[in-house]
Design a protein around this ligand. Sequence first.
Ligand code: DOR
Ligand code: ZN
Length: 344
Amino acid sequence: MQTFTIPTPDDWHLHLRDEAMLATTVPASAAVFNRAVIMPNLVPPVTTVEAAMAYRQRILQQLPETYRFQPMMALYLTAETTPELVAEAAANEHIIGFKLYPSGATTNSAAGVKSVDALAPVLEAMQQHEVPLLVHGEVTDADVDIFDREKVFIDRHLRPITEKFPTLRLVLEHITTADAVAFVEESSEYVAATMTPQHLLMNRNDLLVGGVRPHNYCLPILKRRSHQMELQRAALSGNPKFFLGTDSAPHTQDKKETACGCAGCYSAPAAIELYAEFFDAHGALDKLADFASGFGADFYRMPRNTNELTLVKETWQVPATVDTANGPMVPYWSGESLNWKVQS
Ligand code: DOR
Ligand code: ZN
């Protein structure tokens, strides 16, 4: 039997939701990842250190005993975030950074930022305290085409931010365009990006050709193939600025298969296998370990994991649905085959 072993990976961008959903989402990610950055877009959003610590406890309560899993909490940046809160967050070992959601950009982002310019004092404090800024990089203006929103955000907001705050540690999350790849490659070592399985494996044809595929709908939306190819090139290049962040985002089936479906792909049940599929398809399985288990930890200045995860070369199908307390979910890649499987 062919196997492939890597240091245990970390997920640098993960949505677990809350309450009953945690019973499904926490074991799924903890079975594979040592650490994960937990996104704060709950309702209401996680905006304070106390709220993050309480949320962290609710996550840990769902952890099967044999799993070691460290949730690293991101706080939700709002117009009310103060430099004092940045200092408090910097002093808390369980808080990894602040997440900037432009208001209205995605799921549960209503409380997000309406004026990036007004954040200057907070970004100054983040730079000073070395607290990373995690960015959903899309403008929300009605007159900007949805396929251009990432590029416009980079030009309008990110380039000015990196010029004004050159040592602010910034992660552009779930990148989707050649423009984002170029921005990250051209920026200093303080700037990095996460990449999802769906943006590496798919393009907008997989969303729209032959019928609308709601389970491939996420934000930022899948882009054209030429953008996908640039993402693939960056992931395969071994550049340490690009690393794994699944953006696994659970929504129940009824919320996805409806007239106005939610954005998000629940990739957790097959996360590392999906990335293995991508790297293997490009003859670059040897690049998986750094991408999944090395570069993210290096960027966040955390030790690399010393335990290991073994993948077995075995064809299997991602389950059609996953049961949750809130009803069934259709995972990303549902019913489709994968060639690598985590050894149980
Ligand atoms: O597709 C997405 N789903 N993109 C996001 O930015 C948020 C996420 C969610 O929370 O469902
Ligand atoms: Zn996300």
